[in-house]
Design a binder for this molecule. Structure first.
Ligand SMILES: [Zn+2]
Ligand SMILES: [Zn+2]
Length: 295
């Protein structure tokens, strides 16, 4: 019986003090009757639903020529066949690679003290923890992704993700199983690390909101669309499609996922001005070395 956290049962009068989502959540665990199973099914369904639902508006934009002015690489529009072929491989990867990871999450997280009862934590706490996970994941992603661009690793692992030099939403998780596991570690490992460090100050609902927002971020950054209302226009340090699209086009630079600051700090930005700046720096360095030799 679902008693985690509050010890509430459907018949309890206390049950009605919870909000609609909390009641739905508790009813789901009571109905399934097995917490590991309930978490596994719920997490997997949420991931699938939001991944494809977030990709759909971009697929519709592809069919409407008015949106073409916001497409970063408008000369390389994906066909519906391209997107369907990609979706089939992504689905295969979801069922064979991500599903076992999702299933393992519940026992692993409860070991670190993760809560999954009702009521949910306050919104401010969820927001603060999710902001922290974004920063943690972005750091992991930057360095792991940069490592994947090292010659032999690129050819063995990361090359598959770079099949599309002009990416589209569904291509966000089009990657080899090793890459899905390694980069997925940033999404799953960040909350796990936080749960272990904080002595279990994490709720599964927070984890789910985080996972959905991370899926949105990944699909958005692969969408190929940079709208005037895109988040990077509001938050200048947010990467978005403008940042990641160049990575797919040029294959070098812009390795971070959510924020621009790692690429800025490590001088790995891929936009034209940054590349020009690096070229000028290299030329100046060579000139300096030559003049030293002459002297
Ligand atoms: Zn890459
Ligand atoms: Zn990508």
């Amino acid at each position: 019986m679902y008693r985690a956290g509050s010890g509430v049962m459907l018949s309890d009068p206390a049950f009605h003090q919870f909000n609609f989502v909390e009641r739905l959540w508790a009813a789901w665990y009571l109905w399934i009757g097995n917490d590991v199973l309930a978490t596994g099914i719920l997490t997997f369904i949420l991931h699938e639903f939001f991944y494809f639902a977030r990709s759909l508006p971009f697929m519709i934009c592809d069919q409407i020529s008015w949106f073409r002015k916001y497409k970063i690489q408008a000369g390389k529009m994906p066909t519906l066949q391209d997107q369907w072929d990609c979706a089939k491989i992504v689905l295969l990867s979801h069922f064979t690679v991500e599903l076992p990871q999702i299933w393992l999450f519940h026992p692993l997280a409860t070991y670190f003290g993760l809560q999954y009862g009702v009521p949910f934590p306050p919104v401010w706490k969820m927001a603060a923890q999710i902001a922290l996970f974004f920063v943690m994941e972005d750091t992991w992603h930057y360095w792991a992704h940069r490592l994947f661009h090292y010659g032999p690793l690129y050819r063995a692992v990361h090359k598959m993700h770079h099949k599309y030099s002009a990416p589209f939403g569904i291509a966000a998780e089009y990657a080899s199983p090793i890459e899905v596991m390694a980069l997925g570690l940033g999404t799953v490992g960040s909350p796990l690390l936080w749960a272990s460090l904080s002595g279990g100050d994490l709720h599964l609902f927070t984890m789910h909101v985080w996972m959905i927002l991370r899926v949105f971020q990944a699909v958005d950054s692969h969408s190929g669309y940079d709208f005037p209302w895109s988040l990077n226009k509001l938050l200048p340090f947010w990467a978005g499609a403008a940042h990641h699209d160049i990575h797919h086009e040029k294959f070098i630079g812009n390795y971070a996922s959510s924020f621009c600051w790692w690429d800025y700090a490590m001088d790995t930005e891929a936009h034209a001005e940054a590349r020009q700046r690096r070229r000028e720096k290299a030329i100046a360095k060579t000139k300096q070395a030559r003049s030293k030799k002459v002297l």
